[in-house]
Ligand binder design. Structure first.
Ligand SMILES: NC(=O)c1ccc[n+]([C@@H]2O[C@H](COP(=O)([O-])OP(=O)(O)OC[C@H]3O[C@@H](n4cnc5c(N)ncnc54)[C@H](OP(=O)(O)O)[C@@H]3O)[C@@H](O)[C@H]2O)c1
Length: 321
C-alpha cells in the first residue's frame, strides 16, 4: 500500500514513546499517526511533538492498526476500548496482559510463531517482556535439540514498571515496589498466587508454553526487580531433548533470528549495553550433556514491547524492514 496506514498509539508512557520511535526507525508505512491517552495535551514522544487525543471510541474512526500501551485491568485502555477499535475496523496489538492467555487471541513473538497470526479476530497480544527475550533464545534450541525443562532467574529493570518504576528508582517515589528499589533487589514482581509463584513468574510459564506451542513444558521462574533503568537480564538453565556440545549450541545461537551472540565467556552482554538496541543478546553459554546455561539480555521497552509490537504489524501488512 503506497499511501500507508492510519495508526493509533494508545498510551503516551514508556512503551508508547518507544512504539513511536520504532515505527519511525523501521520506516513503517504511515499515512497518519495518532497518539491517545487519558487526557488531551501537547506532548513530545520520541522527539516528536503530538497533539495527544483522548482515548475514546470515536478516536478510532479510520484507524487501521491500534497499538495499545495503556494500563491493564478492568478500567485499563485495552479492556475498555479494544472492542471499540476493532468494531471500527482496526486491528489491535495489545501490550498488556489482559488477553494474552485467551485461547482465541494469538500471542505472538514473530521469530517464534508468526504463523499464529493467521485467522486472528482483530486482537493480537504482545508477550510479557521477560518472556519475549527468553522465547527468542529458547526457540532455536528447541527446534534443533528439543526442549524439556527451563529454569530461569530474572534481573528486571525498573522501566518495566512504566514511568512509576523509573520514578521509584530515580526520585524515591513510594508505593510502586513493596520495598525501596535503590541499592536493593526485590524478588517479588506482581502479586503472589496460591502456589507461591508471582504473577510475573506465572506469566513466564504460561506465555512460554503458548508461544512455543509446548503446553506441557516445565518452566520454573524466579523474577527479581533490580535498580537498573532499562534492560532485563536472565540466567537461563535449559534441559534439551538430547546431549549436545558447546560448538553446536553456539552455531545455533549465531544463526538464530533476533539473537545477537555476544561471544565467549568474557564477551558477556549487560543491560547498559543492550538498552536502546532491539536485539536479544546472549552470552556466558555453558553446555554439559543435555543442559545449556546462558545469560540473556534485552531492552524491555524495545524487543520486550515496542519492537515486537511493530514487527507484528509488519507481519500483518506484509512489509519487512
Ligand atoms: N514497560 C515495559 O517494559 C513493558 C513491557 C511490555 C509490556 N508493557 C505493558 O505496556 C503497557 C504500558 O506500559 P508503560 O510502561 O508504557 O506504562 P506507563 O509508562 O505507566 O504509561 C502508561 C500510559 O498509558 C496511558 N493510559 C493509562 N490508562 C489509560 C486508559 N484507560 N486509556 C488511555 N490511556 C491510558 C497513560 O495515560 P496518561 O499519560 O494520560 O495518564 C500513560 O500515558 C502496560 O500494559 C504494560 O504492562 C510494558
Amino acid at each position: 500500500m503506497s499511501e500507508g496506514y492510519t495508526v493509533a498509539v494508545v498510551g503516551a508512557g514508556m512503551v508508547g514513546d518507544r512504539i513511536v520511535a520504532e515505527l519511525r526507525r523501521r520506516d513503517f508505512p504511515l499515512k497518519e499517526l495518532r497518539v491517545l491517552a487519558r487526557t488531551a495535551r501537547r506532548e513530545t514522544l520520541a522527539g516528536e511533538e503530538f497533539d495527544v487525543g483522548v482515548a475514546e471510541p470515536g478516536a478510532f474512526e479510520g484507524v487501521d492498526i491500534a497499538f495499545f500501551a495503556g494500563t491493564e485491568g478492568e478500567k485499563g485502555a485495552a479492556v475498555q476500548l479494544a472492542d471499540e477499535a476493532i468494531s471500527r475496523g482496526a486491528v489491535v496489538i495489545d501490550n498488556g496482559s489482559d488477553f494474552r492467555m485467551d485461547p482465541e487471541v494469538p500471542l505472538v513473538v514473530p521469530e517464534v510463531n508468526a504463523d499464529a497470526l493467521e485467522g486472528h479476530d482483530g486482537l493480537i497480544a504482545n508477550a510479557n517482556c521477560s518472556t519475549t527475550q527468553m522465547v527468542v533464545t529458547l526457540n532455536p534450541l528447541a527446534r534443533e535439540f528439543g526442549l524439556e525443562k527451563v529454569v530461569v532467574s530474572t534481573y528486571q529493570a525498573v522501566s518495566g514498571s512504566g514511568r512509576g518504576g523509573v520514578e521509584a528508582l530515580e526520585e524515591g517515589r513510594e508505593g510502586v515496589y513493596p520495598k525501596p528499589i535503590d541499592r536493593n533487589a526485590i524478588p517479588l514482581i506482581g502479586g503472589v498466587g496460591n502456589d507461591g509463584y508471582t504473577t510475573e513468574e506465572t506469566k513466564m510459564r504460561l506465555e512460554t508454553r503458548k508461544i512455543m506451542g509446548l503446553p506441557d513444558l516445565d518452566v520454573f521462574a524466579t523474577t527479581v526487580r533490580i535498580p537498573v533503568h532499562t534492560g532485563h537480564s536472565e540466567s537461563v538453565y535449559a534441559e534439551l531433548g538430547r546431549e549436545t556440545t558447546l560448538e553446536e549450541v553456539l552455531e545455533v545461537f549465531s544463526s538464530a533470528p533476533g539473537v545477537v551472540f555476544s561471544g565467549d565467556a568474557e564477551g558477556f552482554p549487560t543491560p547498559l549495553e543492550a538498552a536502546g538496541d532491539p536485539g536479544t543478546f546472549v552470552g556466558r553459554v555453558r553446555v554439559e550433556g543435555n543442559v545449556v546455561q546462558y545469560w540473556c539480555v534485552s531492552d524491555n521497552l524495545l524487543k520486550g514491547a515496542a519492537t515486537n509490537a511493530v514487527q507484528i504489524a509488519e507481519e500483518l501488512v506484509g512489509v519487512r524492514v
